[in-house]
Design a protein around this ligand. Structure first.
Ligand SMILES: Cc1cc2nc3c(=O)[nH]c(=O)nc-3n(C[C@H](O)[C@H](O)[C@H](O)COP(=O)(O)OP(=O)(O)OC[C@H]3O[C@@H](n4cnc5c(N)ncnc54)[C@H](O)[C@@H]3O)c2cc1C
Length: 440
């Protein structure tokens, strides 16, 4: 990233505006909302100056980093959109096992830097996801079963506040801001310009097992998974991807040696040896290699696609949830649509003081994926039908990917009751004039 002496301001009506707005949202389906100005920043001082100017001009402020929120939540109607993707400096201190990262650092860049030192972090699985919105929303990244949501490994933040100050928030000062930065997502009242991260030693072995079955196997496979789930080793990341006609189970095992890795994936090996259409075991030598293996070119999530995504936490039996969604997927108008389910072995809410407080054994994300805008209606109808099924089982939503625009109760259901009340009070106290736009 080139650091400019001044932020780059693009106002509505200027020639570069349409492109800046288009680039603000990662996916092809863009919100029909239009900020007055988009301000590309590359330092904390740029952000501070922009926020102070907005306060003086009584404009509302919104912030995006990677633009990967599926619903383009960062894009406001009117006001100023701060683009923080240019704040992408990164330094790693191997001795203290800490890193200082700008919000614009991607998971891939962080993993690349950590590989050099044999260190690790629960970084995003997809190489393109930026730390900014990922960490603020919780962040289910590498080895999340053992390391918890990535926001639990954030020790301090630099934040520009609604009063126009640049502060450091840690356990030792402004601790409420750190609490909120651990999971408030789009409801965080400030602009984070830097994160201090606690790093981990990298487990010696990472093994990625992939099993592909015919969709006909779903009932039997789901019953097997229901039996496996209560004893799932925390050092496993297990994901079930329903695709039209097939089911893919992907298990990533983090271990001290090959024998231990084999032991913790054993329960996945035992299902339907004679029925698996394809089985693959890979052993990446680095986090960067792992990231490439998790999303090989044919499985890459493509920004040129149109998407409707939602995210539900559920504690309902997996052998009820998956078959119901599998049936629905068979009626999907697009062969590219998917239902992603992440299995969690234990509640991921145990950790430091954090607003992150909503989770359950299954995170279910129905994703309608298509390319032609003429097919929007039919795909959105399917998305609504799939979401209605998932909603029947849901205890709450994951703030990173849930469609918070569906109805106002959605937002509250991203948090535990006490945490939601505390977040509302905190926002009122630190941003009484609602400078920070949070939701469309
Ligand atoms: C391809 C893809 C893969 C993904 N993989 C994962 C995954 O493995 N695990 C997972 O947990 N999630 C995943 N997600 C979801 C992702 O974590 C969220 O969409 C997250 O918001 C992305 O961060 P961002 O910076 O791009 O957010 P943006 O879309 O830029 O911003 C979203 C919201 O975050 C807030 N925000 C962003 N930056 C800042 C900042 N610097 N200061 C203050 N507030 C800010 C704003 O309120 C904004 O509205 C994935 C999404 C995609 C598209």
């Amino acid at each position: 990233m080139t650091v400019t002496t001044q932020p780059v301001v693009t106002r509505r009506g200027e020639p570069a505006y349409d492109e800046a707005l288009r680039a603000a949202v990662w996916q092809a389906r863009k919100p029909q909302r239009f900020p007055d100005a988009i301000v590309r920043t590359s330092t904390s001082e740029h952000v501070l100056g922009t926020v102070r100017e907005a306060i003086a001009n009584r404009q509302r402020v919104s912030v995006r980093t990677g633009g990967h929120n599926f619903h383009g939540l960062a894009v406001p109607d009117g006001g100023v959109l701060i683009d923080a993707s240019g704040l992408d400096t990164l330094s790693v201190d191997a001795a203290s096992r800490t890193a200082v990262a700008g919000p614009g650092v991607t998971g891939l860049r962080l993993s690349d830097a950590l590989d050099e030192h044999g260190l690790a972090f629960p970084a995003p699985h997809d190489h393109s996801v930026a730390l900014g919105g990922f960490l603020l929303a919780g962040g289910f990244g590498l080895n999340a079963g053992a390391w918890g949501p990535a926001c639990f490994s954030v020790d301090a933040i630099d934040v520009v506040t609604a009063s126009g100050d640049l502060i450091v928030a840690s356990e030792h000062g402004h601790a409420d801001y750190l609490w909120a930065a651990r999971g408030a997502g789009a409801l965080f009242p400030g602009v984070v310009t830097g994160f201090r991260l606690a790093l981990r030693p990298r487990p010696a072995i990472v093994r990625l097992h992939t099993y592909v079955y015919s969709a006909n196997e779903l009932p039997g496979l789901s019953r097997h998974l229901a039996a496996v789930l209560p004893d799932l080793d925390p050092a496993i990341e297990a994901v079930v991807v329903l695709a039209p006609g097939r089911v893919v189970v992907r298990v990533c095992a983090w271990a001290a040696d090959v024998a231990q890795a084999a032991a913790i994936v054993e329960s996945f090996e035992t299902y339907g040896k004679d029925r698996v259409l394809h089985r693959q075991v890979l052993q990446p030598r680095s986090l960067v290699e792992l990231t490439a293996m998790l999303y090989p070119p044919e499985a890459r999530l493509r920004p040129e696609d149109r998407r409707a995504v939602d995210a539900f936490w559920t504690d309902a039996p997996i052998d009820e949830v998956l078959p119901a969604l599998g049936d629905c997927l068979e009626r999907a108008p697009s062969q590219d649509s998917r239902v992603l389910t992440v299995l969690h072995s234990r509640p991921a809410t145990r950790g430091p003081d954090a607003v992150f407080s909503m989770c359950a054994p299954l995170n279910v994300e129905p994703s309608a994926v298509w390319s032609d805008p003429a097919h929007d209606d039919v795909n959105l109808d399917w998305s609504a039908a799939a979401n209605a099924i998932a909603a029947r089982y849901a205890v709450g939503h994951y703030v990173a990917s849930a469609d918070l625009t569906v109805d106002p109760s959605r937002v509250a259901r991203c948090f535990g009751g006490r945490e939601w009340e505390r977040l509302r009070e905190f926002r009122r106290a630190v941003d009484p004039d609602a400078l920070f736009h949070s939701l469309p």
